[in-house]
Design a protein around this ligand. Structure first.
Ligand code: PRP
Length: 186
């Protein structure tokens, strides 16, 4: 998609280009490949935001991995999460004794992941790590949440693209941009 496409006009600016994303995703795939050499990790995509990152990332990991998908929603409204996560679609397979890598698009307060980690540990995963495309550390409310793999630390701005949405739109932008405030203020 050309960067002159109409939906790019809703951005204040591009924060991370598709080229920068591709380079980081490639590096991360190689790193995971080394860290999990000899293992068959289960890569878990947290829908929907992580779907674009996930499909690119798994193709950069040279291991006999498997994939699974979860859809979750936090109780509360868009700006305030309660810390309780509702599972809308659960994993298809049991993760007992498996090396699990959760793939997220963004860690914000960390409340969603913190809750999800507890659930997956209870199910007996033998190891559990997090791979996140973006980390907004400035917004963290769970200080002891350790995000093992991060592609980009970003400032506290409203970002869309490469899977991330506003009102379900912009997920198809190949770059990550800061949404123009006129879009969410109108
Ligand atoms: C986003 C993101 C994480 C969560 C992070 O999901 O994918 O799951 O919010 O926020 P937290 O760290 O403050 O808990 P979102 O609810 O936007 O759903 P989506 O992935 O379907 O877009």
């Amino acid at each position: 998609m050309e960067r002159t496409a109409d939906i790019y006009r809703d951005l204040e600016r591009i924060l991370v280009t598709r080229e920068e994303i591709a380079e980081k995703v490639r590096e991360l795939g190689q790193r995971i490949g080394q860290d999990y050499a000899g293992k068959n990790p289960v890569m878990v995509c947290i829908l929907k935001g992580a779907c674009v990152f996930f499909t690119d990332l798994i193709r950069e990991i040279p291991l006999p991995l498997t994939t699974d998908f979860m859809a979750i929603s936090s109780y509360g409204n868009a700006t305030k999460t309660s810390g309780v996560v509702r599972i809308l679609k659960d994993l298809d397979k049991d993760i007992l004794g498996k090396d699990v890598i959760i793939v997220e698009d963004i860690v914000d307060t960390g409340i969603t992941l913190n809750y999800l980690m507890k659930i997956l540990i209870q199910r007996g995963a033998s190891s559990l790590r997090i791979a996140a495309l973006l980390d907004k550390t400035a917004r963290r409310k769970v200080p002891d949440l350790h995000v093992d793999y991060v592609c980009f630390d970003i400032p506290d701005a409203f970002v869309v693209g490469y899977g991330l949405d506003y009102d379900q739109k912009y997920r198809n932008l190949p770059d990550i941009g800061i949404l123009s405030p006129r879009i969410y203020n109108e």
